[in-house]
Design a protein around this ligand. Structure first.
Ligand SMILES: [Zn+2]
Ligand SMILES: [Zn+2]
Length: 120
C-alpha cells in the first residue's frame, strides 16, 4: 500500500506467499527462513511501490515493473526492470540521467548475490 502524498508505503510479505490464505496458522510460515522466491517477490513489489512514492504511475506502454497487478501470477509475469519511459522518470527525479546502464549493471550484481537469475 502506498500513500504517495505522504511519501510512504507499507508492505507485507504475506501477499507474496502462495499459501498464505490457506494456512491454518499463517504466522508459522515466517518461523522458518523466508524462501528466496518470496523474498524476491517482496523486493520486486517494494521497488514497484517505492516508484509510486516517487510519483511514477502504473505503466501501460511496455512490459515494465510499473505494470499494475492484482494477483501473484500477474506480478510474477512482469519484469523486474523499468521500461525506458518509467526509467527516465526516475532518473530525472533522482538526477542519475545518463547513468542508467551502470545502475542496471549494479542491479544485475544484486540478483547474482540473491542467486535468483532473473537479470532482465
Ligand atoms: Zn502499483
Ligand atoms: Zn514503464
Amino acid at each position: 500500500m502506498t500513500k504517495q502524498s505522504w511519501k510512504i508505503c507499507i508492505q507485507s510479505y504475506a501477499r507474496h506467499h502462495p499459501n498464505f490464505a490457506n494456512q491454518s496458522e499463517p504466522g508459522r510460515m515466517f518461523c522458518s527462513q523466508i524462501s528466496k522466491k518470496v523474498q524476491y517477490r517482496a523486493i520486486k513489489t517494494a521497488c514497484h511501490e517505492l516508484s509510486h512514492v516517487f510519483s511514477v504511475r502504473h505503466c501501460q506502454a511496455y512490459e515494465c515493473l510499473m505494470n499494475g497487478s492484482s494477483q501473484l501470477e500477474e506480478a510474477d509475469r512482469k519484469p523486474f526492470a523499468l521500461c525506458p519511459v518509467c526509467l527516465r522518470k526516475l532518473s530525472y527525479y533522482f538526477g542519475f540521467e545518463g547513468e542508467e546502464l551502470s545502475r542496471y549493471i549494479e542491479l544485475k550484481e544484486v540478483f547474482k548475490y540473491m542467486n535468483h537469475g532473473d537479470t532482465q
